[in-house]
Design a protein around this ligand. Structure first.
Ligand SMILES: [Zn+2]
Ligand SMILES: [Zn+2]
Length: 429
């Protein structure tokens, strides 16, 4: 039997309800904040990711699914969404007229990482980007919106880590100080860091190898090197978060190694899954739109790890499938033909109906209705049809009532619609 690819997974109907719940919650919240949905392809020219994510990152060096297509182009399954959204922003000249655009997208990303529990090579992200706003309040508002997303999903153990990366004016000074410090500990660094250190010393700060973490424990903090403008920007962001009572920790290790990443950078962490782990991350990238060939445009964005969010939610909630309002137990061919037509009528009216398609005894059909959690069962046998009176059983109270065949769907429609309106709608619990 052919199995799915290692590192990939199926999302089965029982779990898909949670995914829909998260998607719906994010879409409603983001719409309130003025974000519109954008859907970009899952594949782009490799060059786009190489240029935007950076040649010297783990993602580009080791993790991308890259292949030559039959026309000779080199294509890559997107490892993240920002690059594609920036490309779309530039390609469709979305900056013309009003440069301010707030966009979000939800979908699969692909990275060939070492498979481990809870990590998939096709993983999902909720991604939001804002273009055209340089001021600091949008940074705080984005972090606020992220916190609200977790609040709306009832994930409470979430904490923001925050840092500023400065700008091209002030970062070189920090880079020099960092490089001087790293030169003293070179022999303690992992091979990757030793190789990258001179071209991209900031990357060492965010290396996960324990020896590297220890070696940079006393590294200088970038916030001590900010220029006056970057300082003022960061002060406003933190003050705004204080006012909104969004908790955060200043974290000097939180860096991104590429020049177009600027100023505010953040990561949301949670301890729900055991050790602290990141569930969302983002920051400003004021230089990226220009680096990819667009006009100089400030921008900021974040990505939420959808898989991990669902994993957290699945520990806290179950998502019950909505049970059918009615199960029609039909006995005999004539009854089944009649039941089929009634079921179709009720389904057209939006009422969830199930019926037996095989030849089962009444007892077996009642058992199935029970297992499905059906609200009511309509019993349709040859005798009932001949008498012109059907039996409707309320599965909760076990009460039975008789319904005349004439006008039965209208009667059922009214009855089941009102039962459904007052009942549980298959919501998260
Ligand atoms: Zn600066
Ligand atoms: Zn390292």
């Amino acid at each position: 039997m052919i199995q799915l690819i290692r590192g990939f997974k199926d999302i089965l109907p029982g779990e898909a309800g949670l995914w829909q719940h998260v998607e719906g919650t994010a879409a409603r919240l983001f719409a309130t904040f003025g974000y519109g949905e954008i859907r970009v392809p899952i594949m782009e020219k490799t060059e786009l990711f190489a240029r935007s994510i950076g040649e010297e990152t783990d993602i580009v060096e080791k993790e991308m699914y890259t292949f030559a297509d039959r026309g000779g182009d080199t294509l890559t399954l997107r490892p993240e969404a920002t690059a594609s959204i920036v490309r779309a922003y530039i390609q469709h000249k979305m900056y013309a007229g009003d440069p301010v655009h707030k966009l979000y997208t939800i979908g699969p990303m692909f990275r060939r990482e070492r498979p481990q529990k809870g990590r998939y090579r096709q993983f999902y992200q909720i991604d939001a980007e804002v273009f055209g706003i340089a001021g600091p309040y949008i940074d705080a508002q984005m972090i606020h919106m992220l916190h609200l997303l977790f609040q709306h999903l009832a994930v409470t153990d979430v904490h923001t880590h925050l840092n500023s990366l400065g700008c091209p004016a002030c970062r070189p000074r920090f880079r020099e100080a960092l490089l001087a410090m790293l030169d003293g500990v070179t022999d303690q660094l992992c091979p990757d860091c030793r190789r990258r250190k001179d071209r991209n010393p900031l990357r060492v700060l965010d290396c996960k190898v324990p020896a590297c973490r220890e070696a940079v424990a006393d590294a200088p903090a970038i916030v001590d090197y900010l220029c006056a403008d970057c300082q003022a920007h960061f002060a406003t962001v933190t003050r705004a978060l204080d006012q909104l009572q969004v908790p955060y920790t200043l974290d000097k290790r939180l860096v991104r190694g590429l020049d177009y990443y600027t100023r505010t950078t953040f990561e949301l962490q949670t301890g729900v899954l055991g050790a602290q782990s990141a569930v969302a991350g983002g920051g400003r990238y004021d230089g990226l739109v220009e680096a990819l060939g667009g006009p100089a445009t400030p921008a900021i964005g974040f990505a939420v790890g959808f898989d991990r969010l669902v994993e957290i939610l699945s520990r806290q909630h179950t998502m019950a499938a909505r049970p059918p309002a009615l199960y029609i137990a039909a006995l005999g061919d004539a009854a089944k033909e009649q039941a089929f037509r009634w079921a179709a009528e009720l389904l057209e009216a939006g009422i969830q109906v199930e019926m037996e398609h095989g030849d089962k005894s009444l007892k077996a059909q009642m058992k199935r209705a029970d297992r499905l959690g059906a609200g009511h069962v309509l019993i349709v046998g040859e005798a009932e049809l001949a008498a012109g009176v059907l039996v409707l059983r309320d599965m909760q109270t076990k009460a039975q009532r008789e319904l005349p065949v004439a006008g039965v769907t209208a009667a059922l429609g009214a009855l089941l619609q009102s039962a459904r309106n007052s009942g549980d709608d298959g919501n998260i619990s």
